[in-house]
Design a protein around this ligand. Structure first.
Ligand SMILES: C[S@@+](CC[C@H](N)C(=O)[O-])C[C@H]1O[C@@H](n2cnc3c(N)ncnc32)[C@H](O)[C@@H]1O
Length: 260
């Protein structure tokens, strides 16, 4: 499949940065996935597709529970890294390189489609949702975890969009809970729950290093922080701790189901 500019930017960015997403990355903590799984019932060996798996934290956790997991990503070095970790842990997974906007899988294949902290990179979130709905078996579940901005906060959304775009050029857009829910409903996924959990950005330098943010963009981000509108300051709780700039992301967990 020919990639568009946004997909290519993600592929290049994450191919370059794959080593940063393994041990020690904040995404290694999968308590958010564990919490979401408490609310859905899966077969003992569910067929799972983890879209935009990155270093595989979500998919490998699901494999460790005994599920039959397929890891997908647009960047082959990420899949290689995840496959290596799987082998080290004695887990068996399948890997497929493909964009989130077009799956090579037959319809009605999976009991669960997951996608964590990646949807904001996608060029066509609607295609990703329609592909997820297509690939799910009737009665299957969709679990999306991603950065978001609460509904009806355009000023705060514009601020975090500018910050994130400067930090990581492969960022596309954070979608609000309402926007994700509407896409699910349009494509036949019944939304079961939508929750926003705050998630701390603990260290701006770590955050820059993860994305290899160029120096001139770091300066611009610092300017944006200094001039953050009140709406952004309060929503993201921008502040300082131990001399470090911190804020709290808004992280969305959306669970939907494909009707039987
Ligand atoms: C932050 S990492 C994902 C983290 C991972 N899901 C986890 O739970 O640890 C983002 C991943 O999204 C992938 N990605 C970005 N855009 C994509 C797209 N359009 N299709 C598929 N993968 C994409 C990147 O290659 C990267 O590996």
């Amino acid at each position: 499949m020919e990639l568009d500019d946004i997909q290519r930017a993600s592929q290049e960015q994450f191919a370059r940065r794959s080593e940063r997403y393994g041990n020690g990355h904040v995404l290694e903590n999968v308590e958010d996935v564990q919490a979401a799984l408490q609310t859905i019932s899966l077969p003992a060996r569910a067929k799972v597709l983890d879209v935009a798996t990155g270093a595989g934290h979500t998919g490998l956790f699901l494999a460790s529970l005994g599920h039959d997991v397929t890891l997908a990503d647009i960047a082959q070095p990420m899949l290689d890294k995840a496959a290596k970790t799987a082998a080290e842990r004695g887990l068996t997974v399948k890997t497929f390189q493909h964009p989130a906007e077009q799956f090579p899988h037959a319809g009605e294949t999976f009991d669960l489609v997951t996608c964590r902290m990646a949807g904001h990179h996608f060029s066509f979130p609607e295609k990703f949702i329609s592909e997820s709905a297509r690939a799910l078996k009737p009665g299957g579940y969709f679990l999306l975890i991603d950065g978001t901005v609460a509904d009806d906060r355009p000023e705060a959304e514009a601020w975090i969009h500018s910050v994130e775009k400067l930090r990581d050029p492969s960022h596309n857009r954070f979608l609000t809970p309402r926007a994700w829910s509407a896409l699910c409903q349009t494509h036949g996924l019944a939304v079961r729950s939508v929750t926003i959990f705050p998630f701390k950005q603990p260290d701006l330098n770590w955050y820059f290093e993860t994305a290899a943010t160029p120096d001139e963009n770091r300066v611009k981000v610092l300017e944006l922080i200094a001039r953050a509108p009140a709406a952004a300051q309060s929503l993201f709780r921008i502040g300082e701790e131990d001399g470090k700039i911190v804020w709290w992301w808004q992280r969305l967990t959306l669970i939907a189901a494909k009707p039987d």
